[in-house]
Design a protein around this ligand. Sequence first.
Ligand SMILES: Nc1ncnc2c1ncn2[C@@H]1O[C@H](COP(=O)(O)OP(=O)(O)OP(=O)(O)O)[C@@H](O)[C@H]1O
Ligand SMILES: [Mg+2]
Length: 273
Amino acid sequence: MVGTFPRTILRVVDIYLFCGAGVDLLPRGLLSLGWKGQKRKMKGIFLTIEGLDGAGKTTQLELLRDWFRKRGYDPLFTREPGGTRVGDGVRELLLNRDYTGLVPLAEAFLYSASRAQLVAEVIVPALLAGRIVVCDRFVDSSIAYQGYGRGLPRDFVEGINRRATGDLKPHLTLLLDLEPGLRLERLEQQGEPPRDRLEVEGDAFYTRVREGYLELARENPRRIRVISARQSIMAVHGQIVQYVAEFLSGSAPRPREKAGRAKSPRPGGRFLG
Ligand SMILES: Nc1ncnc2c1ncn2[C@@H]1O[C@H](COP(=O)(O)OP(=O)(O)OP(=O)(O)O)[C@@H](O)[C@H]1O
Ligand SMILES: [Mg+2]
């Protein structure tokens, strides 16, 4: 009898969630996505890089890969959209200019679908295994592009991504800040026509996206480090490794959401100590 009551409640909650009823009424903690209870066991470190197309993310991740390797680390590098077989399929749908007429809402769901797959299949297992994970774009991209750029309500974009990721947040985000005009200059220098659906958007769109990124940085000053992407490639690299090394050595403040856990080890100690 004693054990029956809680079990019954759990069953009711189960059915409630299965039917999709009243999900919004439940506290976030109950919206378990399978791995959420394992968050404390995730000893790895999650880094992301963000910025407008052409800001230099891929260029910098190549350099960061070498920097880590020289120091004996073997981080997992992944990217969005994509990073999984399913995600790569979604990436093709999202970036291929042949698929015209994709409405902003569908676009937002596709990005979050790819992200849900990446989190479940790649990021969470790697963090549970104690690895450093470096991801080219994450939720901040959706808030900046689908929210600020496309004009979808920000709380909606945040909501679907919270569900997609189980509210997983990067420990450190490197934001390469670039003026939209420079983005075009770089693409032109490459001598390539715009490659995908987003790259054909004009300056007004990218100005809103940039403003979205900067707003996020203002709101999360401890997690998001803004680096001017108009500097030379090596100057940007220098700043990136300074922030990463600071974080790994534990000298950087922990992200706000983890600050309360006094007993959890600072991640850096184990990696650089
Ligand atoms: N600091 C820099 N100064 C000048 N040119 C740069 C700099 N960083 C990158 N580039 C050049 O800009 C172009 C775009 O860089 P890259 O592909 O790394 O950007 P990205 O942010 O990954 O873009 P995307 O979002 O489209 O993947 C490349 O030709 C690269 O060589
Ligand atoms: Mg890139």
